[in-house]
Design a binder for this molecule. Structure first.
Ligand code: HEC
Ligand code: HEC
Length: 502
């Protein structure tokens, strides 16, 4: 990241020099205030890198809501007027109610599939939050799916679809047998495959002797409908991330993100965040990427339209094709749910869903005095170098109320090389097989209340806790992880508790 170079003498070990200094500086300044060298360090006007508890209590500024009981992430930002709210709820209904197979009497809600991963957005984004990975081997994925591609590029320099199965494996079909989970009857459209994971466990031992168990998924694909995958197929398992606060992430000015990027690592801090450059089907041009786990979508309309088309099988103006390739004639033959606009979802309904995603509020943080120690560890470890704590938003056309907010998402929305442990080996536009977009941390701990106390963190849901997530950090984040593992257990816990309170 570009950061002010701070040149102070330090007794910190190599791993925590340079890039850490800027993090230590506030602490040094507080200390030095006592020994009257504050002046020589130039501390007098040094702002704290973090917000006050009161500021951070509202991670989305005025777009924050009190933590709802039961916890959910699909509530409207408080700024919506009484006339806007019904439209928000209409959008939520489109994201929540299951889509049905065509044809039906109500053309507004049909067109599911013919191949799909789930029947609605909120079936994966649970209460608007993250998804959940099954623990049991063989259990079908339900909030996650596997992206696939083969070597080479598509016509827009993006991932090259597998010639028969496309860009993701849809593990459901509209056929009755697929719904009943029985073998396909002759002439019925079969789901593309049964997809599950087998967890490979490994012990991790801290320098202080404590042990914990990590797990990583092995993708298990059986009952492929149209023969084997091409031999060079690359696979990437993705669990659903949260989809709240999206309008605020959309409202972060491009310049703020560009300013954080340091692709050549000019400041030699080991962290070289960069932006993806991706295809925008609306402007028919290449734009900076912002949404998706590899930042492969430029904005909310595109990611929502893509989700409709690929995850649920609902075609729309931006993605007008059914989720069938030319090599799947039976899929192509299924009835569609097209309306008079020639797609299954009108622009009007697409916009309503986009606005629901945009206007979903972020719940208040649970930060208090008891988290101050953990926050210090977060900054000392250098987590904030990628998990950029805060931004000031600019207005979004049509949602000016999301502008001028100081927000605390804890992400720079940039791609970082996270090392071989997290690599999926599947490039996506500029993102390499080991690069991922920094995950936002706001609201993370509340997810436990939605998923029965469990967490499924990181792109493939392998991490069951903040601790496990950090232990998987490598590549550009290796120094932060290495700092974490040498901490005493108490401080490791403090860090976890802080992150879960954001
Ligand atoms: C089958 C599960 C599933 C369904 C159904 C689904 N999603 Fe997702 N969603 C995901 C996964 C997995 C990702 C991450 C995908 C990636 O980046 O490759 C994601 C990513 C997103 C993101 C990006 C979040 C971010 O931080 O950038 C948004 C927004 C989103 N989905 C909205 C929707 C909407 C709206 C719908 C319904 C139209 C929907 N999703 C349907 C699983 C699902
Ligand atoms: C070099 C950049 C970088 C640094 C430094 C870094 N992270 Fe991350 N972090 C990421 C990226 C990228 C991801 C997403 C990785 C993935 O999905 O596989 C992530 C994911 C996470 C997640 C999972 C969130 C979720 O919703 O799945 C947690 C928790 C987390 N980081 C905490 C931390 C903590 C705590 C530190 C400091 C000890 C830290 N990170 C340091 C880049 C970084």
């Amino acid at each position: 990241m570009k950061k002010r170079q701070v040149v102070i003498l330090s007794r910190q070990p190599k791993a925590v020099t340079d890039r850490m200094l800027s993090n230590f500086k506030p602490a040094l300044c507080r200390l030095s205030a006592f020994i009257l060298i504050a002046f020589s360090l130039g501390c007098t006007h040094e702002p704290e890198p973090w917000g006050t508890l009161a500021q951070e209590h509202k991670p989305a500024g005025e777009a924050t809501v009190a933590v709802p009981r039961p916890v959910r992430f699909d509530l409207p930002v408080p700024q919506l007027s009484d006339t806007q709210k019904p439209l928000f709820y209409a959008g939520r209904a489109l994201a929540q109610q299951p889509w049905v197979k065509a044809p039906t009497a109500t053309t507004q809600r049909d067109g599911l599939g013919p191949l799909f991963n789930a029947r609605s957005c909120l079936a994966c984004h649970l209460n608007g939050g993250r998804g959940e990975m099954p623990d049991k081997a063989g259990e079908s994925l339900f909030t996650a799916f596997v992206r696939i591609s083969v070597s080479g590029l598509d016509e827009h320099e993006g991932a090259n679809p597998e010639p028969v199965y496309g860009t993701q494996i849809q593990n459901q079909s509209v056929s009755l047998s697929s719904q009943l989970g029985i073998p396909p009857q002759p002439g019925e459209l079969q789901a593309e495959a049964h997809v599950s994971v087998r967890w490979l466990e490994e012990k991790f031992r801290y320098p202080d002797g404590h042990e914990t168990v990590l797990r990583k998924p092995e993708i298990v694909i059986r009952d492929l409908s149209n023969g084997p995958l091409q031999s060079d197929t690359m696979m990437s398992l993705r669990n659903a991330p949260g989809m709240y606060g999206m309008g605020l992430l959309a409202a972060i000015p491009e310049q703020s993100l560009d300013a954080l990027a340091d692709p050549q690592d000019k400041n030699s801090d080991g962290i070289s965040g960069r932006r993806n450059q991706v295809w925008d089907p609306v402007s028919q041009s290449i734009r900076a990427g912002r949404f998706g786990l590899k930042a492969n979508r430029p904005d909310l309309p595109v990611i929502v339209a893509a989700a409709f088309a690929h995850d649920i099988g609902i075609t729309n103006a931006l993605f007008p094709h059914q989720p069938c390739t030319q090599a799947q004639p039976l899929c192509l033959k299924q009835p569609d749910g097209n309306d008079e606009e020639g797609t299954e979802l009108s622009n009007n309904l697409l916009n309503m869903t986009v606005n629901f995603v945009r206007d979903s509020a972020v719940p208040a943080s649970r930060l208090g005095e008891q988290h101050i120690a953990g926050r210090q560890v977060f900054y000392d470890a250098g987590c904030q170098q990628c998990h950029q704590p805060s931004f000031v938003t600019a207005g979004l056309p049509g949602a000016e109320y999301l502008g001028q907010q100081t927000i605390w998402p804890y992400t720079d929305l940039l791609l970082h090389d996270m090392g071989p442990g997290l690599a999926d080996g599947r490039p996506d536009f500029l993102a390499t097989g080991s690069e991922w977009r920094t995950a936002p941390l706001w609201g993370l701990g509340l997810q436990r209340k939605v998923t029965g106390g469990r967490l499924s963190l990181l792109h493939d849901g392998r991490a069951r806790s903040v601790e496990e997530a950090v232990l998987w950090h490598g590549g550009e984040a290796a120094a932060a992880r290495n700092y974490f593992i040498q901490l005493p257990m108490v401080q490791r816990r403090e860090l976890e508790i802080f992150v879960e309170a954001l």
